[in-house]
Design a protein around this ligand. Structure first.
Ligand code: X8Z
Ligand code: ZN
Length: 623
């Protein structure tokens, strides 16, 4: 079998064109068998280059230095070049009638990069260097608070974790996030918020260039722009995907609006109408989280007077002197209780569980599958609290998924769509119920039904509060990639979307001297975000299906599939399919349904919705 694609060097390409025009070069007509062999070879080549790039990125994110950045950028550039080259070669087969698997794999090849590069080495290297440098800058970001109480500054280039220099204390994001969980002084919260957002403006010119270069790559790959390319990865036309998100948001928005109005009312009680406008937007620094994407840390401020969750997982974990390693073992234990094999020995040897004191790392939690087979790892700077107890289940969900599909061909070693990957661990974490707490010996007595509203409110602060955030990030990026939002309007459009979707406001005056989007990891690191919105809905749909398979009859929020092998086997049946089929086929295997169905989430929170509507009588809904 011979392949007759184009060479990259322009001079040679011209030569071939010229020879072709002269009629001296005869290229055999493409065949389906040739296409199949081509894609199988591509699969092998990309697995090899992908593993090398993955190993280089692992080292770069664990030991951020100029050298590791360079090594990671080179490996990514090589991988990106191979994808562009193969995608171009695959064009040769575009008019052929191909076996379904072959054409699916060619399409997956075209979609496999989140930052496609121009087919020109200098621009490609520039793109990968920018991408890696923004990821590193985010990882190195620090908030430096002067002991004197002056305004906070950021020092992205200070190395080391926390360091005290004179009267200035510099902290990494993990520490800042931890303080924001419990700090209630608006002034202190504002300093932390401003300090962290100050890491981003230096990334602005690089980001604008990144958009330019990756758009050029997307166009060469046959897409309108990078956003259109991302939206094409859902087994439907990109316009239909946008319409689908709109359909889903309309169904869950009333629940968000009720939660927003209730939380605002309680925050007005706490901070007064001068800080929180009773009919307006909630200032973004008061919600217990840097990005106001998860409000569960302010649960104590909004807790219902007459209902009690019955336990506080953070307190329990800390009182039991739980270690970082113990936390991960709890997560693994849930999966093995469902029938999944334990994690490999190398997982425990190679993962990062603790924030190192003496070097810069990207602490944003991630799960890795370095050799695409069984070299599974996580990288999490674990805090001993309820939030990270959930995060660990989230990350391990990625790892168990990765291992479940490792027998698939290379292009299918992925989730049905990216929302599935994000939903698996969260689905498991929904089974962390009071009953499960008792099974673990964390509590002696399971709280009665009178604790339900409290439990549901706490969960809604995590899951429902997230929904508009999960949508607006990519709404912003899609507009940026399409050119609808120009660099001169980056920050303005960011806040228009945050205001409009979330009903949260910037806590300090903003201008185009700021670049608030890049203070969020997924923007700096170019990770598509619609996946998390999808996952927020899928996880309830998966949970409901698994609870039914387990024969559970009660309310969804009390269901735990812990230890249920039938549920585990059915989950595995979907996971092991990887990306081999369009996602509706895979959704059907687990749930019997072919559409994303927000009714599971609405059913889960139905008692809370009723309660919120009562609490909000006479309140303005919206802002
Ligand atoms: O990035 C994550 C995971 C890693 S895939 C920790 N999440 C999103 C975020 O932190 O913004 C999980 C929830 C949303
Ligand atoms: Zn994830």
């Amino acid at each position: 079998m011979s392949f007759s694609g184009y060479r990259r060097a322009p001079a040679i390409a011209m030569l071939v064109l010229f020879a072709g025009a002269m009629g001296r070069t005869q290229v055999a007509a493409p065949t389906a068998a040739e296409a199949q062999a081509f894609i199988e070879q591509a699969e092998r080549q990309l697995l090899d280059l992908g593993n090398k790039a993955s190993r280089a990125s692992w080292v770069q994110e664990n030991f951020i230095t100029d050298d590791t950045e360079g090594i990671a950028a080179d490996a990514q550039s090589e991988y990106t070049a191979a994808v562009s080259d193969l995608a171009e070669k695959a064009n040769r087969y575009k008019d052929l009638q191909l076996p379904a698997d072959t054409s699916r794999k060619i399409q997956l090849l075209r979609l496999s990069l989140s930052a496609p590069a121009p087919n020109n080495p200098a621009e490609r290297d520039e793109l990968t260097r920018i991408a890696v440098s923004m990821d590193s800058d985010y990882g190195k970001g620090k908030v430096c608070l002067p002991a004197s109480g002056e305004a906070a500054t950021s020092k992205p280039n200070l190395s080391g974790a926390t360091r005290a220099a004179g009267s200035v204390k510099c902290m990494g994001l993990t520490e800042v996030e931890q303080i924001m969980q419990t700090e209630r002084d608006p002034q202190k919260l504002l300093e932390l918020w401003k300090g962290w957002h100050a890491i981003a403006p230096p990334m602005r010119p690089r980001y604008a260039r990144f958009v330019e270069l990756s758009n050029k790559g997307a166009k060469e790959m046959g897409f309108k722009d990078v956003g259109a390319m991302w939206r094409s990865n859902y087994d439907m036309p990109p316009e239909q995907f946008s319409a689908e998100l709109e359909r889903l948001w309309i169904q869950v928005r009333p629940l968000y609006l009720q939660l927003h109005a209730y939380v605002r009312k309680r925050l007005v009680q706490k901070y007064g109408p001068a800080v929180v406008p009773p009919q307006g937007m909630i200032p973004a620094h008061l919600l217990g989280n840097m990005w106001a994407q998860d409000w569960s840390n302010i649960y104590p401020l909004v807790a219902p007077p007459a209902s009690n969750t019955g336990y506080d997982l953070t307190q329990i974990l800390q009182a039991r002197k739980t270690s970082e390693l113990d936390m991960v073992h709890y997560g693994e234990h849930f999966f093995t209780s469902l029938g999944f094999a334990p994690l490999p020995k190398t997982f425990w040897e190679r993962s990062l569980f603790r924030k190192p004191a003496d070097r810069d790392v990207v602490c944003h939690p991630s799960a890795w599958d370095v050799d695409s087979v069984e070299d599974l790892r996580v990288k999490i700077c674990i805090k001993i609290d309820a939030e990270d107890f959930t995060t660990i289940h989230h990350e391990l969900g990625h790892n168990f998924y990765q291992r479940a599909y490792n027998q698939q061909p290379g292009f299918y070693r992925d989730s049905a769509n990216d929302g599935f990957h994000e939903a698996i661990g969260d689905t498991i974490a929904l089974s962390v119920t009071p009953d499960y707490m008792k099974d673990l010996g964390f509590i002696n007595k399971v709280p009665g039904a009178d604790g339900d509203i409290a439990l549901l409110l706490k969960k809604a602060l995590e899951k429902v509060a997230f929904l508009p955030f999960g949508l607006m990030i990519d709404e912003w990026r899609w507009r940026v990639f399409s050119g609808e939002v120009a660099p001169a309007d980056y920050n303005k459009s960011w806040w228009e979307l945050r205001n409009g979707y979330q009903g949260v406001s910037a806590p300090a005056p903003r201008s185009e001297a700021d670049f608030d989007p890049a203070a969020k990891y997924h923007v700096a690191a170019n990770v598509p975000y619609a996946r998390y919105f999808l996952a927020a809905l899928y996880q309830f749909q998966f949970h409901r299906a698994l609870c039914r398979i387990a024969g559970y009859k009660g309310p969804l929020h009390r269901c735990s599939i812990y230890g249920n092998k039938a549920a585990g086997a059915r989950l595995n049946a979907m996971l092991e399919m990887g990306k081999s089929k369009p996602w509706p086929d895979e959704l059907e295997v687990l749930t019997g349904q072919r559409d994303i169905d927000p009714s599971a989430m609405l059913e889960y929170f139905a008692p809370l919705m009723k309660w919120l509507e009562e609490q909000n009588k006479g309140e303005k809904i919206g802002w």
